[in-house]
Write a protein that binds this ligand. Structure first.
Ligand code: ATP
Length: 234
């Protein structure tokens, strides 16, 4: 289980996270909803140790992750797929995927994971030698998720995988996220598309101004009046 307790993050005088607590149990998809600036990306960055909390606890399977570096976090299988895809545009698709496995030494398993990525995203296999910067937005998103899978995640942190992507492809990507989960990876999903996020997740948290304003089973939250008004356009 991945667990945050009373986490605070400040950027100078901006108090971005104000005491948030959340849990991702093994096998779950957990979604993190909220308006722009609510602190969703900061939460993921804190979990991958890219930003330092000012206060709070961060425990994964009994280990205090605040004593760990960001590369230790990756080695522990906590893999962050950042917002806006962030592929390396001047490197090929193959090189981008290889970078996802950079801290691993288990060559056999790495090759299996290449095959796994190509099963999910056959289009990447067709474009192995293409420069990532020349891929379409949707293909870059596939590459970003594929690169994360090359890190062999136990916990996958996905930041806005549907951002700027055509609706049909969004559906496809969400199907793949579900499959990745069914094959054993727990997922923390940050999404503006609350409808899709509530649809595929087991449990959801709603962040408002750096605090958890609401949480619960996603199926139940779908019918919550506040969620319907603010996030589902009802
Ligand atoms: P969005 O959906 O727009 O990406 P978010 O919910 O992911 O929003 P964060 O990016 O976590 O929100 O930002 C939370 C708050 O922290 C915002 O007020 C933002 O301006 C501020 N913030 C984020 N990064 C920094 C930074 N590096 N320096 C200063 N303030 C920052």
């Amino acid at each position: 289980m991945l667990k945050l307790r009373n986490v605070h993050v400040k950027y100078g005088h901006v108090h971005a996270l104000r005491g948030i607590s959340l849990e991702i149990q093994k096998g779950q998809i957990v979604s993190l909803l909220g308006a722009n600036g609510a602190g969703k990306s900061t939460t993921l960055k804190m979990i991958s140790r890219l930003v330092e909390p000012n206060q709070g606890e961060y425990i994964v399977d009994g280990t205090n992750m605040l004593k760990k570096s960001s590369s230790d976090v990756v080695k522990a299988g906590i893999i962050h797929c950042p917002e806006n895809r962030r592929v390396f545009p001047q490197l090929t698709v193959y090189e981008n995927l290889k970078i996802g496995a950079i801290l691993r030494k288990d060559k056999k398993q790495i090759n299996k994971d290449f095959d796994r990525v190509f099963t999910y995203f056959p289009r990447l296999k067709e474009r192995l030698n293409q420069l990532a910067g020349t891929l379409s937005g949707g293909e870059q998103q596939m590459l970003a998720i594929g690169r994360s899978l090359m890190g062999n995640p136990s916990y996958l942190l996905l930041d806005e995988p549907s951002l700027g992507i055509a609706p049909l492809l969004v559906k496809e990507i969400f199907e793949i996220i579900k499959t990745i989960n069914q094959e054993g990876t727990s997922i923390l999903l940050v999404e503006q598309n609350a409808h899709m996020a509530l649809q595929i997740s087991d449990y959801s948290y709603v962040l408002e101004n750096g605090k958890i304003a609401l949480e619960g089973q996603s199926q139940k939250l779908k019918n919550n009046d506040r969620i319907r008004q603010l996030y589902l356009g009802a």
